[in-house]
Write a protein of this length. Sequence first.
Length: 203
Amino acid sequence: MAGFRSLARQVRDPRCDLALRRYSLRKCLERFAPYGHRATWDHLCARHGIEPEDRAPDPARLVAALDELERARTIWLGYEEGFADRRKREKHDGLRRPSSADEWHRHAWGGNGVARCDSPRSHPSAPLDEVLRRLVAALEDEPGAVCPVCGAADIVWRHDLEQEPWTGPVCTGCGIVVPRPVLSTQAVTAAKAAGSRELASVA
């Protein structure tokens, strides 16, 4: 199975036909897709003027989309390296039991779905690298009360998410499933209360 860097080389290779270069970009999203595969593809297409179903898009647009994806991946891999170093130090110091935040990191390892969007068409509009930079800053800071990506305070707990995790806090501003480690206990409680009110109003 080809890795991310091998697929990226195919996207850039002018000797490959456009259908293969597009296919290779889509395959890159199986290795790194911060919003989930479909939402990340929709984001890249919207930002770089690619028709989602076009089998022979402008190669310059494909490469620009790949560049954005690679910048975001570099930020995330740097964060994962720092996180792994921290866990090694903690284990060395006798702290072997992972925290609930560490459990989230275990599921998010590799960067797939770190800012998952439940709806493929509802995702942040900022460049992926900027979104990842904000997310990493929030993960390295104390938990807060707002979405780390767009700053919105309107976060609602959903019980009907399309993918795992099946429940969680969703930002109504930019559409991401907000990572639990960046939210304070009070923010999670408020999101659950908002979700309960929504359920009650539907019933």
